[in-house]
Write a protein that binds this ligand. Structure first.
Ligand code: CMC
Length: 428
């Protein structure tokens, strides 16, 4: 007999179905709760709420497991190419050689940005954060492709939008950086692979030939794969909720970029380096900063520590930590902030406060250190995260549309003033 959950309210027992996932995760389906009982649930931050079933990414925070479509993140990070992983996430299976060639070919065809759109980049102030530019330019893309407004178009048309997004986001991201530098933009070079092309658009100058270092492009490939999806995190949930209104895919992705920007989410990679720099400038006394993080009167948090779902370790952090050592070694980089990071990690991992709360280094603790070694400026770190997360956002949006998800619209329990009569301003 199917498992049910029983809920007793006002002396009456209600039954709700239990949903079980392919990895034996269980959930109580309360979709009929309000209709049958008149009650709703309250769950700030959705800490206990599954907003959907999904066949894309499996994550077990207690055991530190992360798999895309069943494939362990460790294997993908070691053996796959980022675009292969993008295909896997979006279409459900690893591509055959022919499918992969066609996919890459289609993406290569769409790397250029419309010349009229390039003009927008000239108007942003030099101090503009590249995440602001990326979010704005993704929304702007939708104005260049008015035919893409309907998310329920034929599969071929949806595929075209997906290809355009994957192809153009590296160009937009690199141009956002060039804007900050007040350097001329570099056009895509379709002879290069995805990571090489991005690095070339970032670092090539009319005055200097830039040759992509294979150590750098390989490291970038790995970082993008590690960030490619992470089930229902803040930005992905945002993409799903925004997309559920049936707005176009470009705009849904722009909303995801905005959500990712915050320091509690993707913005943490920038915040980690800024924190390590601040500790260094302050004399390198990491104990003082650990004490600040533990002090409940102090809003400071140890950036790069803690995760909503990982309470033992973040498998991405394990891979990144090893990659950081390899990349720094291969590039001959000696970064003093890495020493501070290692000391901070050691102390925090042994400290009762962090141990009791399950606060471990997350993916962002080490990603910034690699990005720095690769020559990526700090303000671009979250853009790099967005570049990696793009296929995840697209696959989650696609699943949501194909499942015919209803519009995302939570409820609330109102706690404000009860009805009162308007008082004329002269009597207040
Ligand atoms: N430093 C100090 N204390 C912390 C930290 C931290 N980084 N993170 C959580 N805590 C404490 C928090 O004060 C609370 O303590 P208490 O139980 O005494 O009130 C307890 O740990 C639980 O914290 P929470 O805020 O309820 O946990 P959450 O699941 O809502 O937040 C988090 C998760 C990632 C937002 C949080 O750990 C944090 O702010 N970390 C720093 C920012 C960061 O590194 N974010 C990147 C996350 S990984 C990249 C991504 O996927 O977005």
């Amino acid at each position: 007999m199917a498992e049910v959950a029983k809920l007793e309210l006002d002396g009456k027992v209600y039954e709700f179905p239990v949903v079980e996932g392919s990895e034996n995760e269980k959930a109580i389906d309360i979709s009929k709760l309000r209709g049958t009982t008149g009650y709703i649930t309250i769950d700030p931050g959705f800490k206990n709420t599954g907003s959907t079933t999904s066949g894309i990414t499996f994550l077990n925070g207690e055991e530190g497991i992360l798999r895309y479509r069943g494939y362990p993140i460790e294997q993908l990070a070691e053996k796959a190419e980022f675009l292969e992983v993008a295909y896997l996430l979006i279409y459900g299976d690893l591509p055959t050689a022919a499918q992969y060639e066609a996919f890459k070919d289609n993406i290569t065809k769409h790397t250029l940005i419309h010349e009229d759109m390039r003009l927008f980049f000239e108007a942003y102030p030099a101090k503009a954060h590249p995440m602001g530019i990326l979010a704005a330019s993704l929304s702007t893309l939708s104005t260049f492709y008015p035919e893409s407004q309907d998310p329920n178009r034929a599969q071929e048309a949806v595929d075209l939008t997906i290809q355009r997004l994957i192809a153009k986001v590296p160009t937009l991201a690199a141009w956002a950086y060039k804007n900050a530098m007040r350097h001329p933009v570099v056009y895509p070079n379709n002879q290069l692979d995805y990571c090489e092309n991005f690095l070339n658009m970032m670092f090539s100058m009319p005055t200097d030939e830039y040759k992509v270092d294979p150590v750098v492009s390989k490291a970038l490939n790995k970082l993008l794969i590690l960030h490619a999806d992470h089930e229902q995190n803040c930005s992905t949930a945002t993409v799903r909720v925004v997309g559920s209104s049936q707005v176009n895919l470009y705009t849904s992705i722009a909303a995801g970029v905005s959500a990712l920007w915050g320091p509690l989410h993707g913005g943490a990679n920038q915040a980690v380096i800024e924190m390590l720099e601040a500790i260094k400038a302050d004399g390198g006394d990491h104990d003082k900063w650990i004490a600040k993080a533990k002090d409940k009167e102090d809003p400071f948090r140890l950036m790069g520590f803690g995760h909503r779902v990982y309470k033992n370790f973040d498998p991405r952090a394990t891979i990144i930590k090893k990659a950081a050592d390899e990349v720094l070694d291969a590039l001959g980089v000696n970064d003093p902030v890495l020493d501070i990071a290692k000391k901070l990690e050691k102390v925090a991992l042994e400290d009762e406060y962090f141990v009791a709360r399950g606060l471990y280094p997350n993916v962002d603790f080490y990603s910034g250190i690699i990005y720095r070694a690769l020559g990526i400026p700090t303000e671009m770190f979250t853009v790099m995260f967005a570049l990696g997360r793009l296929p995840g956002w697209i696959s989650q949006w696609k699943e949501m549309i194909e499942d015919g998800a209803p519009i995302g619209r939570p409820r609330q329990v109102y706690t404000g003033a009860t009805k009162r009569d308007f008082v004329d301003i002269s009597n207040r």
